[in-house]
Design a protein around this ligand. Structure first.
Ligand code: ZN
Length: 165
């Protein structure tokens, strides 16, 4: 083997495409089958559940952990939806997102995986919102305070939900 070939070989093992075993799971409240979360992990499910319980017990502000606290930390069941013998981190997040799209869990607030197009769209939306500082509850955005003040004055049932007039 030439030295070039062996150095390429050495590099390829450190790329993020490194694979290991992984699973997509469902974490469900025992009181209500509609209250559940979908996640993915390279840990075993017992360890993953312990992590969520630990975080919930120790003041985590993630929506899932807040709800775990309010409904009882020991009141949840974890179950496996999919398992992979060898998967890289990106493909595992894609698999998780597929299950989220399929099952529509009530407790997932963030996407596990976004395409470049989806990432660009959210950047564009943030830029748009940053330019228009005033938002009415009817969905209209305005950049200029006096314009929003007029809009609100003419529509007493509308309310400002962002910015202050
Ligand atoms: Zn309005």
């Amino acid at each position: 083997m030439s030295t070039v070939a062996s150095s390429v070989q050495a590099n390829s093992t450190s790329l993020p495409s490194r694979t290991r075993s992984g699973r997509v799971y469902k974490l469900q409240c025992n009181n209500d089958p509609n209250v559940f979360y979908v996640g993915s992990t390279t840990q075993n499910l017992c360890a993953r559940l312990s992590c969520h319980r630990f975080a919930a017990n120790n003041g985590s502000t993630r929506p899932l952990h807040k709800i775990m606290r309010s409904l009882g930390i020991n009141n949840w069941t974890i179950s496996q939806l999919q398992t992979f013998d060898a998967i890289n981190d990106i493909d595992l997040r894609k698999a998780e997102q597929q299950q989220i799209d399929l099952l529509r869990p009530t407790l997932n607030k963030k996407r596990a995986y976004r395409t470049n197009e989806q990432r660009l769209a959210s950047v564009r939306e943030a830029q748009y919102k940053a330019r228009f500082n005033y938002t009415c509850n009817c969905g209209l955005h305005y950049a200029i305070k006096t314009v929003m003040t007029k809009h609100l004055a003419a529509r007493p049932d509308h309310k400002l939900i962002r910015g202050s007039c």
